[in-house]
Design a protein around this ligand. Structure first.
Ligand code: TRH
Length: 371
């Protein structure tokens, strides 16, 4: 029924709160819409990260500086407004949109794109309408769109050519480009905040593991690692005296190269929202450093994800320790790092996800069906 994809003009609004997840998700969304022939304007209050994340831009995506107030001279709103992560679109834009659709006799296509979660409320809330009760949008209806891991949610962002990109990826050549003369050591990527279990992991990798190279992303991950490495106690006992653990410090990578990093590594330590999804697409064992929230809302969110992942007990324990969350039951104080044991659930999760429609396919279908 929806085989004909309508070609629409999209306005995606993104406010950069902190870190790179907001712009990372919105950029992928914009590119993936454009990949399907949609015309996209991405309004972002701070586009600076796009300089390294997407240095080449993308055809079909126009990046616009989102100022407040927004100068509406020469701006005609498109057909669809996407308000990412409750970022609150300016009233002047909403007023112009309301006028535009009424003149064109179009229905309102206003999407509230929410954060990713595996919690049960997502199934209840995905797709719900939210009538606007006041302001210039009064009478319009927004719809909640929840990304998710299962049928009945909005799915996950996945480009149409993901599998082809992966099939054409040359691991050794890419590692060489990053300056790594790879001798077959185990490769582990590190993209995190300040994980509680980092010191213990470093010690474990230096003592009783196969030779491992940690590929360290810049920013908070590198700073957290440096702090652990300069820990005097550890230096005194020559913790890495057999040089089992080595490090490769990476520059900021483009989003495409960040994907390559995850495909090149045997284990991915990721964080936030977008890198978690990308690590799932990599199909390798992963450990998630969840974005910590003051009210501890992240604890339930992490448990729901681990349930969905069908994570074995060792992986659940490792996650709790890594995230500094006290375990429900008494477990070993330093859970083992056991990627071989975790590979199976990563592979099965990937299989389940590939069998579902991706987020953009679902979003376009949702727009066509409800509007
Ligand atoms: C390290 C690195 C990251 N990236 C990209 C990958 C992702 O798109 C993005 C990182 O985003 P995330 O993985 O989501 O992690 P994050 O911690 O940067 O973002 C977080 O921001 C908070 C405000 C949100 O509330 C969180 O939910 C989360 O989105 O940066 C690169 O492109 N190159 C790099 O070198």
């Amino acid at each position: 029924m929806y085989s004909e994809t309508p070609l629409l003009r999209w306005d995606i609004f993104c406010r950069v709160i902190d870190n790179f997840g907001d712009i990372g998700v919105c950029w992928r969304l914009a590119c993936q819409l454009a990949q399907r022939g949609q015309s996209v304007r991405l309004w972002v209050d701070d586009p600076s990260a796009l300089g390294w994340m997407a240095p080449e831009g993308a055809s079909g995506v126009e990046v616009k500086r989102w100022t407040s107030p927004l100068d509406m001279t020469n701006i005609t709103p498109g057909d669809v407004m996407v308000e990412a992560f409750g970022c609150e679109i300016n009233p002047e834009f909403i007023a112009a949109y309301a006028y535009h659709i009424s003149v064109k006799g179009q229905k309102c296509r206003w999407i509230n794109l929410e954060y990713l979660s595996a919690e049960k409320f997502v199934l209840r809330s995905h797709g719900l309408p939210s009538p606007v009760m006041s302001g210039p949008g009064k009478g319009l209806i927004k719809h909640f769109f929840y990304p998710g891991f299962t049928a009945g949610t909005g799915g996950l962002l996945r480009e149409t050519n993901l599998l082809e990109r992966q099939a054409n990826f040359d691991r050794t050549a890419w590692l060489e480009q990053q300056g790594l003369n790879w001798q077959g050591e185990r490769l582990v990527s590190l993209f995190c905040y300040e994980p509680a279990g980092l010191g213990d992991l470093l010690e474990a990798l230096a003592q009783d593991s196969p030779p491992t190279c940690l590929l360290v992303t810049p920013g908070r991950a590198k700073t957290a690692l440096d702090a652990k490495l300069s820990d005097e106690k550890r230096l005194k006992c020559l913790w890495n005296k057999r040089n089992k653990l080595s490090f490769l410090y990476l520059p900021t990578l483009s989003q495409n190269d960040f994907d390559h990093l995850l495909w090149a590594c045997d284990v991915n330590l990721v964080r936030g929202e977008d890198s978690l999804v990308r690590a799932l697409w990599a199909g390798k064992p992963l450990v998630w450093h969840i974005y910590p929230q003051d009210d501890d809302a992240h604890v339930a969110k992490l448990s729901a994800f681990l349930d969905w992942l069908q994570a074995p007990a060792s992986l659940c324990n490792f996650h709790m320790h890594w995230n500094g969350i006290p375990p429900a039951e008494a477990v070993h104080s330093r859970p083992d790092f056991l990627p071989q044991e975790w590979q199976m659930c990563a592979a099965q999760a990937l299989k389940r996800l590939l069998a579902q429609d991706d987020l953009v396919t679902q979003l376009i279908r949702f727009i066509a069906k409800n509007h």
